[in-house]
Design a protein. Structure first.
Length: 474
Protein backbone atom coordinates (compact mmCIF):
# COMPACT_ATOMS: atom_id res chain seq x y z
CA UNK A 1 0.00 0.00 0.00
CA UNK A 2 1.52 3.36 -0.95
CA UNK A 3 2.40 5.58 1.96
CA UNK A 4 0.91 9.06 2.38
CA UNK A 5 4.15 10.83 1.36
CA UNK A 6 4.38 8.64 -1.74
CA UNK A 7 0.79 9.47 -2.70
CA UNK A 8 1.48 13.16 -2.17
CA UNK A 9 4.55 12.95 -4.37
CA UNK A 10 2.62 11.18 -7.13
CA UNK A 11 -0.15 13.80 -6.88
CA UNK A 12 2.37 16.60 -7.28
CA UNK A 13 3.85 14.88 -10.34
CA UNK A 14 0.36 14.58 -11.85
CA UNK A 15 -0.39 18.26 -11.21
CA UNK A 16 2.93 19.26 -12.75
CA UNK A 17 2.23 17.10 -15.80
CA UNK A 18 -1.25 18.61 -16.24
CA UNK A 19 0.15 22.13 -15.92
CA UNK A 20 2.82 21.39 -18.51
CA UNK A 21 0.20 19.87 -20.82
CA UNK A 22 -1.95 23.00 -20.46
CA UNK A 23 1.02 25.17 -21.40
CA UNK A 24 1.76 23.01 -24.44
CA UNK A 25 -1.85 23.31 -25.63
CA UNK A 26 -1.59 27.10 -25.52
CA UNK A 27 1.91 27.40 -26.88
CA UNK A 28 1.30 24.89 -29.62
CA UNK A 29 -1.02 27.36 -31.36
CA UNK A 30 1.81 29.79 -32.02
CA UNK A 31 2.92 30.00 -35.62
CA UNK A 32 6.50 30.37 -36.76
CA UNK A 33 7.49 33.54 -38.57
CA UNK A 34 8.27 33.09 -42.23
CA UNK A 35 11.97 33.34 -42.92
CA UNK A 36 14.39 32.92 -45.76
CA UNK A 37 16.69 29.95 -46.18
CA UNK A 38 19.63 31.86 -44.74
CA UNK A 39 17.68 33.04 -41.72
CA UNK A 40 16.33 29.65 -40.79
CA UNK A 41 19.82 28.29 -40.33
CA UNK A 42 21.97 28.28 -37.22
CA UNK A 43 21.06 30.45 -34.28
CA UNK A 44 18.09 32.08 -36.06
CA UNK A 45 16.25 28.74 -35.96
CA UNK A 46 15.52 29.24 -32.27
CA UNK A 47 12.34 31.20 -32.83
CA UNK A 48 10.24 28.11 -32.08
CA UNK A 49 6.72 28.09 -30.75
CA UNK A 50 7.36 28.05 -27.02
CA UNK A 51 10.14 30.62 -27.32
CA UNK A 52 7.79 33.20 -28.82
CA UNK A 53 5.46 32.88 -25.85
CA UNK A 54 8.43 33.05 -23.45
CA UNK A 55 9.66 36.22 -25.13
CA UNK A 56 6.30 37.89 -24.64
CA UNK A 57 6.25 36.74 -21.04
CA UNK A 58 9.66 38.26 -20.32
CA UNK A 59 8.62 41.59 -21.84
CA UNK A 60 5.53 41.87 -19.69
CA UNK A 61 2.84 40.80 -22.15
CA UNK A 62 -0.05 38.62 -21.07
CA UNK A 63 0.54 34.87 -21.06
CA UNK A 64 -2.04 32.14 -20.51
CA UNK A 65 -2.51 30.88 -16.98
CA UNK A 66 -1.62 27.22 -16.55
CA UNK A 67 -4.56 26.81 -14.19
CA UNK A 68 -7.12 28.20 -16.62
CA UNK A 69 -7.85 31.51 -14.91
CA UNK A 70 -7.41 33.29 -18.26
CA UNK A 71 -8.16 32.00 -21.74
CA UNK A 72 -5.19 31.45 -24.01
CA UNK A 73 -4.92 34.59 -26.18
CA UNK A 74 -4.57 34.37 -29.93
CA UNK A 75 -0.83 33.88 -30.49
CA UNK A 76 1.14 36.34 -32.61
CA UNK A 77 4.41 36.05 -34.44
CA UNK A 78 5.88 39.19 -32.92
CA UNK A 79 6.43 40.74 -29.52
CA UNK A 80 3.49 43.10 -29.65
CA UNK A 81 -0.13 42.37 -30.41
CA UNK A 82 -0.09 43.02 -34.14
CA UNK A 83 -3.87 42.62 -34.26
CA UNK A 84 -4.05 45.69 -32.02
CA UNK A 85 -1.98 47.53 -34.61
CA UNK A 86 -4.43 46.35 -37.27
CA UNK A 87 -7.23 47.87 -35.20
CA UNK A 88 -5.25 51.13 -35.09
CA UNK A 89 -4.93 51.04 -38.89
CA UNK A 90 -8.67 50.54 -39.40
CA UNK A 91 -9.39 53.44 -37.05
CA UNK A 92 -7.10 55.70 -39.08
CA UNK A 93 -8.88 54.75 -42.29
CA UNK A 94 -12.34 55.38 -40.79
CA UNK A 95 -11.26 58.76 -39.41
CA UNK A 96 -9.92 59.69 -42.84
CA UNK A 97 -13.23 58.85 -44.51
CA UNK A 98 -15.20 60.87 -41.95
CA UNK A 99 -12.90 63.88 -42.37
CA UNK A 100 -13.69 63.99 -46.10
CA UNK A 101 -17.43 64.09 -45.47
CA UNK A 102 -18.21 61.02 -47.52
CA UNK A 103 -16.25 62.18 -50.56
CA UNK A 104 -14.67 59.44 -52.62
CA UNK A 105 -11.15 58.60 -51.45
CA UNK A 106 -8.61 57.82 -54.12
CA UNK A 107 -5.96 55.13 -53.75
CA UNK A 108 -2.22 55.48 -54.19
CA UNK A 109 0.77 53.17 -53.78
CA UNK A 110 3.03 53.61 -50.75
CA UNK A 111 6.78 53.10 -50.57
CA UNK A 112 9.11 52.08 -47.74
CA UNK A 113 12.72 52.86 -48.64
CA UNK A 114 15.77 51.32 -47.07
CA UNK A 115 18.61 53.84 -46.52
CA UNK A 116 22.00 52.09 -46.37
CA UNK A 117 22.75 50.56 -49.75
CA UNK A 118 19.91 52.51 -51.37
CA UNK A 119 20.52 56.20 -50.70
CA UNK A 120 24.00 55.90 -49.22
CA UNK A 121 26.95 53.59 -48.65
CA UNK A 122 28.36 54.36 -45.23
CA UNK A 123 28.63 58.16 -45.08
CA UNK A 124 28.60 58.61 -48.87
CA UNK A 125 25.22 59.47 -50.42
CA UNK A 126 24.30 58.60 -54.01
CA UNK A 127 23.67 61.28 -56.59
CA UNK A 128 20.26 59.92 -57.66
CA UNK A 129 18.56 59.63 -54.25
CA UNK A 130 17.30 63.22 -54.22
CA UNK A 131 15.79 62.85 -57.68
CA UNK A 132 14.00 59.67 -56.58
CA UNK A 133 12.47 61.29 -53.48
CA UNK A 134 11.51 64.39 -55.48
CA UNK A 135 9.54 62.24 -57.93
CA UNK A 136 7.74 60.52 -55.07
CA UNK A 137 6.84 63.86 -53.48
CA UNK A 138 5.63 65.30 -56.79
CA UNK A 139 3.45 62.22 -57.32
CA UNK A 140 1.90 62.68 -53.87
CA UNK A 141 2.79 59.12 -52.84
CA UNK A 142 3.05 58.27 -49.10
CA UNK A 143 6.56 57.11 -48.23
CA UNK A 144 8.86 56.39 -45.30
CA UNK A 145 12.55 55.68 -44.87
CA UNK A 146 13.15 52.44 -43.01
CA UNK A 147 16.59 51.29 -41.92
CA UNK A 148 18.13 48.62 -39.74
CA UNK A 149 20.61 51.26 -38.65
CA UNK A 150 20.42 54.60 -36.94
CA UNK A 151 23.80 54.91 -35.29
CA UNK A 152 22.29 56.02 -32.00
CA UNK A 153 20.74 59.14 -33.51
CA UNK A 154 17.16 60.15 -32.87
CA UNK A 155 14.62 60.28 -35.67
CA UNK A 156 14.90 64.07 -35.64
CA UNK A 157 18.69 63.99 -35.92
CA UNK A 158 18.73 61.38 -38.66
CA UNK A 159 16.07 63.11 -40.76
CA UNK A 160 18.02 66.40 -40.60
CA UNK A 161 21.16 64.61 -41.78
CA UNK A 162 19.36 62.92 -44.68
CA UNK A 163 17.76 66.20 -45.75
CA UNK A 164 21.08 68.01 -45.67
CA UNK A 165 22.87 65.33 -47.67
CA UNK A 166 20.14 64.93 -50.29
CA UNK A 167 19.91 68.70 -50.86
CA UNK A 168 23.55 68.64 -51.97
CA UNK A 169 22.57 66.38 -54.89
CA UNK A 170 19.28 68.07 -55.75
CA UNK A 171 20.10 69.52 -59.16
CA UNK A 172 16.59 70.82 -59.84
CA UNK A 173 16.18 72.66 -56.55
CA UNK A 174 12.66 73.87 -55.85
CA UNK A 175 10.27 74.06 -52.94
CA UNK A 176 10.90 70.66 -51.38
CA UNK A 177 13.56 71.16 -48.72
CA UNK A 178 12.30 68.39 -46.44
CA UNK A 179 12.71 65.06 -48.11
CA UNK A 180 11.97 63.23 -44.89
CA UNK A 181 10.44 64.31 -41.58
CA UNK A 182 10.96 62.51 -38.24
CA UNK A 183 7.53 60.90 -38.65
CA UNK A 184 8.74 59.34 -41.91
CA UNK A 185 11.86 57.89 -40.30
CA UNK A 186 11.70 54.32 -38.96
CA UNK A 187 15.06 53.44 -37.41
CA UNK A 188 15.94 49.97 -36.14
CA UNK A 189 15.21 50.98 -32.55
CA UNK A 190 12.21 53.28 -33.21
CA UNK A 191 9.73 50.64 -31.92
CA UNK A 192 11.52 50.61 -28.54
CA UNK A 193 9.86 53.93 -27.77
CA UNK A 194 6.33 52.55 -28.03
CA UNK A 195 6.59 48.80 -27.46
CA UNK A 196 8.79 48.89 -24.34
CA UNK A 197 6.78 51.47 -22.44
CA UNK A 198 6.54 49.14 -19.43
CA UNK A 199 10.35 49.23 -19.04
CA UNK A 200 10.71 53.02 -18.91
CA UNK A 201 10.62 53.12 -15.12
CA UNK A 202 12.79 50.03 -14.70
CA UNK A 203 16.60 49.80 -14.60
CA UNK A 204 17.82 48.75 -18.05
CA UNK A 205 21.32 48.18 -19.43
CA UNK A 206 21.86 50.08 -22.69
CA UNK A 207 24.33 48.68 -25.24
CA UNK A 208 25.77 50.47 -28.26
CA UNK A 209 27.79 53.54 -29.15
CA UNK A 210 28.27 56.14 -26.41
CA UNK A 211 25.54 58.37 -27.81
CA UNK A 212 22.76 55.77 -27.36
CA UNK A 213 22.41 56.63 -23.67
CA UNK A 214 21.16 60.08 -24.73
CA UNK A 215 18.71 58.40 -27.08
CA UNK A 216 17.49 56.08 -24.31
CA UNK A 217 16.87 59.11 -22.11
CA UNK A 218 15.16 60.87 -25.02
CA UNK A 219 12.80 57.89 -25.36
CA UNK A 220 12.00 58.07 -21.65
CA UNK A 221 14.00 55.18 -20.18
CA UNK A 222 14.54 57.02 -16.91
CA UNK A 223 16.73 54.42 -15.20
CA UNK A 224 18.94 53.46 -18.12
CA UNK A 225 22.69 52.88 -17.71
CA UNK A 226 25.18 52.59 -20.56
CA UNK A 227 27.38 49.50 -20.58
CA UNK A 228 30.54 51.65 -20.45
CA UNK A 229 29.28 53.31 -17.27
CA UNK A 230 28.47 49.91 -15.81
CA UNK A 231 31.93 48.49 -16.55
CA UNK A 232 33.54 51.66 -15.23
CA UNK A 233 31.64 51.11 -12.02
CA UNK A 234 32.64 47.43 -12.03
CA UNK A 235 36.00 47.52 -13.88
CA UNK A 236 37.04 43.94 -13.09
CA UNK A 237 34.22 42.55 -15.25
CA UNK A 238 36.33 43.09 -18.38
CA UNK A 239 39.99 42.20 -17.92
CA UNK A 240 40.78 43.36 -21.47
CA UNK A 241 38.98 46.72 -21.47
CA UNK A 242 40.22 49.13 -24.12
CA UNK A 243 39.54 52.16 -21.92
CA UNK A 244 42.14 50.94 -19.46
CA UNK A 245 43.22 54.31 -18.08
CA UNK A 246 39.65 55.38 -17.50
CA UNK A 247 38.93 52.15 -15.66
CA UNK A 248 42.14 52.43 -13.66
CA UNK A 249 40.81 55.74 -12.38
CA UNK A 250 37.59 53.96 -11.52
CA UNK A 251 39.53 51.38 -9.50
CA UNK A 252 41.51 54.07 -7.68
CA UNK A 253 38.40 56.06 -6.80
CA UNK A 254 36.34 53.00 -5.95
CA UNK A 255 35.60 52.19 -2.33
CA UNK A 256 33.40 49.18 -1.62
CA UNK A 257 31.90 47.77 -4.80
CA UNK A 258 28.10 47.63 -4.73
CA UNK A 259 25.90 45.66 -7.12
CA UNK A 260 22.53 47.33 -6.72
CA UNK A 261 21.56 47.78 -10.40
CA UNK A 262 19.42 44.62 -10.88
CA UNK A 263 18.64 45.32 -14.54
CA UNK A 264 15.24 44.23 -15.81
CA UNK A 265 16.28 44.18 -19.48
CA UNK A 266 19.21 44.68 -21.85
CA UNK A 267 18.50 46.97 -24.81
CA UNK A 268 20.93 46.67 -27.73
CA UNK A 269 20.41 49.92 -29.66
CA UNK A 270 23.50 49.56 -31.88
CA UNK A 271 26.53 47.29 -32.18
CA UNK A 272 28.75 47.60 -29.10
CA UNK A 273 32.12 49.25 -29.69
CA UNK A 274 33.79 46.32 -27.92
CA UNK A 275 32.32 42.93 -28.87
CA UNK A 276 34.18 41.08 -26.10
CA UNK A 277 32.97 43.45 -23.42
CA UNK A 278 29.42 43.24 -24.74
CA UNK A 279 29.44 39.44 -24.72
CA UNK A 280 30.99 39.19 -21.27
CA UNK A 281 28.86 41.84 -19.55
CA UNK A 282 25.52 40.81 -21.08
CA UNK A 283 26.19 37.18 -20.17
CA UNK A 284 27.01 38.19 -16.59
CA UNK A 285 23.85 40.30 -16.31
CA UNK A 286 21.68 37.52 -17.73
CA UNK A 287 23.03 35.04 -15.20
CA UNK A 288 22.82 37.20 -12.09
CA UNK A 289 21.40 40.45 -10.73
CA UNK A 290 24.66 40.82 -8.73
CA UNK A 291 27.34 39.33 -11.01
CA UNK A 292 30.23 40.21 -8.68
CA UNK A 293 28.61 38.43 -5.73
CA UNK A 294 26.48 35.62 -7.19
CA UNK A 295 27.57 33.75 -10.31
CA UNK A 296 24.21 32.28 -11.30
CA UNK A 297 20.62 32.81 -10.15
CA UNK A 298 18.45 30.01 -11.62
CA UNK A 299 15.21 31.99 -11.31
CA UNK A 300 16.55 35.11 -13.00
CA UNK A 301 15.05 35.76 -16.46
CA UNK A 302 15.37 39.08 -18.28
CA UNK A 303 15.08 39.87 -22.01
CA UNK A 304 17.85 41.01 -24.33
CA UNK A 305 16.22 43.17 -27.00
CA UNK A 306 18.12 43.52 -30.30
CA UNK A 307 17.28 46.19 -32.84
CA UNK A 308 18.99 44.86 -35.96
CA UNK A 309 19.35 41.24 -37.18
CA UNK A 310 21.51 42.06 -40.22
CA UNK A 311 24.59 39.86 -40.45
CA UNK A 312 26.01 42.11 -43.19
CA UNK A 313 25.56 45.71 -44.28
CA UNK A 314 27.02 47.98 -46.96
CA UNK A 315 29.54 50.75 -46.22
CA UNK A 316 32.08 52.56 -48.42
CA UNK A 317 34.35 49.52 -48.07
CA UNK A 318 34.30 47.39 -51.26
CA UNK A 319 32.72 44.41 -49.48
CA UNK A 320 29.90 44.08 -46.93
CA UNK A 321 30.74 44.45 -43.23
CA UNK A 322 29.42 42.55 -40.19
CA UNK A 323 26.39 44.07 -38.51
CA UNK A 324 24.54 43.63 -35.23
CA UNK A 325 23.38 40.21 -36.36
CA UNK A 326 26.99 39.04 -36.09
CA UNK A 327 27.12 40.28 -32.50
CA UNK A 328 23.94 38.40 -31.65
CA UNK A 329 25.34 35.17 -33.14
CA UNK A 330 28.55 35.56 -31.13
CA UNK A 331 26.64 36.33 -27.94
CA UNK A 332 24.31 33.36 -28.42
CA UNK A 333 27.22 30.98 -28.96
CA UNK A 334 29.09 32.19 -25.87
CA UNK A 335 25.96 32.34 -23.71
CA UNK A 336 25.03 28.80 -24.76
CA UNK A 337 28.50 27.54 -23.86
CA UNK A 338 28.37 29.37 -20.52
CA UNK A 339 25.01 27.84 -19.63
CA UNK A 340 26.33 24.42 -20.59
CA UNK A 341 29.32 24.92 -18.28
CA UNK A 342 26.87 25.63 -15.44
CA UNK A 343 25.24 22.24 -15.99
CA UNK A 344 21.97 23.29 -17.65
CA UNK A 345 20.26 20.77 -19.92
CA UNK A 346 19.84 21.39 -23.64
CA UNK A 347 16.14 22.04 -23.10
CA UNK A 348 16.83 24.61 -20.37
CA UNK A 349 19.42 26.32 -22.55
CA UNK A 350 16.99 26.60 -25.48
CA UNK A 351 14.34 28.12 -23.23
CA UNK A 352 16.80 30.72 -21.91
CA UNK A 353 17.88 31.60 -25.43
CA UNK A 354 14.22 32.48 -25.98
CA UNK A 355 14.88 35.58 -23.88
CA UNK A 356 16.65 37.01 -26.94
CA UNK A 357 14.12 39.31 -28.62
CA UNK A 358 14.55 40.62 -32.16
CA UNK A 359 13.41 43.84 -33.80
CA UNK A 360 14.41 45.24 -37.20
CA UNK A 361 13.79 43.99 -40.71
CA UNK A 362 12.55 41.42 -41.68
CA UNK A 363 10.56 41.05 -38.44
CA UNK A 364 6.84 41.59 -38.97
CA UNK A 365 6.57 43.84 -35.92
CA UNK A 366 9.09 46.25 -37.51
CA UNK A 367 7.08 46.42 -40.73
CA UNK A 368 3.88 46.96 -38.76
CA UNK A 369 5.39 50.12 -37.31
CA UNK A 370 6.30 51.17 -40.85
CA UNK A 371 2.77 50.47 -42.03
CA UNK A 372 1.38 52.60 -39.21
CA UNK A 373 3.61 55.52 -40.23
CA UNK A 374 2.52 55.15 -43.86
CA UNK A 375 -1.20 55.06 -43.03
CA UNK A 376 -0.89 58.08 -40.74
CA UNK A 377 0.68 59.92 -43.67
CA UNK A 378 -1.98 58.66 -46.07
CA UNK A 379 -4.63 59.97 -43.69
CA UNK A 380 -3.10 63.45 -43.84
CA UNK A 381 -2.89 63.23 -47.64
CA UNK A 382 -6.52 62.11 -47.86
CA UNK A 383 -5.89 58.87 -49.74
CA UNK A 384 -6.04 55.12 -49.32
CA UNK A 385 -3.10 52.79 -49.94
CA UNK A 386 -3.57 50.48 -52.91
CA UNK A 387 -0.24 48.64 -52.70
CA UNK A 388 2.88 48.67 -50.52
CA UNK A 389 6.42 48.59 -51.93
CA UNK A 390 9.65 47.89 -50.08
CA UNK A 391 12.74 49.18 -51.92
CA UNK A 392 15.97 47.79 -50.50
CA UNK A 393 19.37 46.28 -51.23
CA UNK A 394 19.34 43.31 -48.84
CA UNK A 395 17.33 40.21 -49.84
CA UNK A 396 17.31 38.68 -46.35
CA UNK A 397 15.98 41.80 -44.62
CA UNK A 398 14.21 44.07 -47.12
CA UNK A 399 12.82 41.51 -49.54
CA UNK A 400 12.11 38.87 -46.90
CA UNK A 401 10.28 41.47 -44.82
CA UNK A 402 8.09 42.44 -47.77
CA UNK A 403 7.39 38.76 -48.42
CA UNK A 404 6.41 38.22 -44.78
CA UNK A 405 4.02 41.17 -44.92
CA UNK A 406 2.54 40.05 -48.24
CA UNK A 407 1.76 36.57 -46.90
CA UNK A 408 0.20 38.17 -43.84
CA UNK A 409 -1.82 40.53 -46.06
CA UNK A 410 -3.15 37.61 -48.12
CA UNK A 411 -4.32 35.83 -44.97
CA UNK A 412 -6.04 38.96 -43.63
CA UNK A 413 -7.38 40.30 -46.91
CA UNK A 414 -5.27 43.46 -46.67
CA UNK A 415 -3.42 45.41 -49.35
CA UNK A 416 -0.52 43.48 -50.88
CA UNK A 417 3.25 44.07 -50.56
CA UNK A 418 6.00 43.83 -53.20
CA UNK A 419 9.76 43.84 -52.76
CA UNK A 420 12.03 45.75 -55.15
CA UNK A 421 15.74 44.96 -55.02
CA UNK A 422 18.41 47.49 -56.04
CA UNK A 423 22.02 46.72 -56.97
CA UNK A 424 23.70 49.59 -55.10
CA UNK A 425 24.28 47.74 -51.83
CA UNK A 426 24.52 44.21 -50.47
CA UNK A 427 22.85 42.49 -53.44
CA UNK A 428 24.99 41.79 -56.48
CA UNK A 429 24.26 40.03 -59.77
CA UNK A 430 24.30 36.29 -59.20
CA UNK A 431 23.11 36.48 -55.58
CA UNK A 432 19.84 34.86 -54.55
CA UNK A 433 17.18 37.61 -54.80
CA UNK A 434 14.73 35.49 -52.78
CA UNK A 435 11.17 36.64 -53.58
CA UNK A 436 12.01 40.04 -55.11
CA UNK A 437 9.30 41.10 -57.57
CA UNK A 438 11.59 43.49 -59.46
CA UNK A 439 15.37 44.03 -59.60
CA UNK A 440 16.58 47.54 -60.50
CA UNK A 441 19.94 49.19 -60.95
CA UNK A 442 19.15 51.92 -58.40
CA UNK A 443 16.41 53.61 -56.39
CA UNK A 444 15.57 56.11 -59.15
CA UNK A 445 14.77 53.29 -61.56
CA UNK A 446 12.66 51.62 -58.86
CA UNK A 447 10.63 54.80 -58.32
CA UNK A 448 10.12 55.22 -62.07
CA UNK A 449 8.74 51.68 -62.33
CA UNK A 450 6.34 52.22 -59.40
CA UNK A 451 5.05 55.52 -60.79
CA UNK A 452 4.61 53.99 -64.25
CA UNK A 453 2.62 51.07 -62.82
CA UNK A 454 0.28 53.41 -60.91
CA UNK A 455 0.12 56.35 -63.33
CA UNK A 456 -3.68 56.32 -63.57
CA UNK A 457 -4.09 56.28 -59.79
CA UNK A 458 -1.68 59.19 -59.40
CA UNK A 459 -3.50 61.29 -62.02
CA UNK A 460 -6.92 60.51 -60.51
CA UNK A 461 -5.69 61.32 -57.01
CA UNK A 462 -4.28 64.70 -58.05
CA UNK A 463 -7.52 65.56 -59.80
CA UNK A 464 -9.57 64.48 -56.78
CA UNK A 465 -7.39 66.56 -54.45
CA UNK A 466 -7.84 69.58 -56.72
CA UNK A 467 -11.63 69.17 -56.73
CA UNK A 468 -11.68 68.68 -52.96
CA UNK A 469 -9.66 71.86 -52.38
CA UNK A 470 -11.94 73.78 -54.75
CA UNK A 471 -15.02 72.56 -52.88
CA UNK A 472 -13.56 73.73 -49.57
CA UNK A 473 -12.69 77.13 -51.05
CA UNK A 474 -16.25 77.64 -52.27
Amino acid sequence: VPTAPALAAESMKLLAWLAAFNICLCLGQTTRPIRSRTQTSGAHRRSSQHLHQMRRSMLGFNVPSVFGRKPCPTPRQSLVFTDDLDYHFKRLINEKKKSRGGAETKSLPAIAFDIDGVFKMGGKYTDFGAAAIRKVIDAGIPYVLMTNGGGGRSEEEYSKEVNKKLEMFDIEGGDHHEYVTPERMILSYTPFNKDLEHLKNEPVLVVGSRRVIDLANHYGFRKSMHMSEYTCKHPLMNPFGQSGLEKDDCVINMSREEWEEDFKAVLVFTDPEDFFEGIQVITDVLLSSRPGEVEYEPKRRIPVVFSNPDLLWKTQYPHSRFGQGAFRLALEACYRARLDSLGLSKEEIEVRLGDFVQYGKPEIVQFMHTKRAILSQAQRLGCDVSHYYMVGDNPTSDIQGATNMDIRAIKKGDKRWSGILVKTGVYKDGDDPLEANIICDNVLEAVDKIIAAHQDEIIDSKEEQRRYKDSIAT
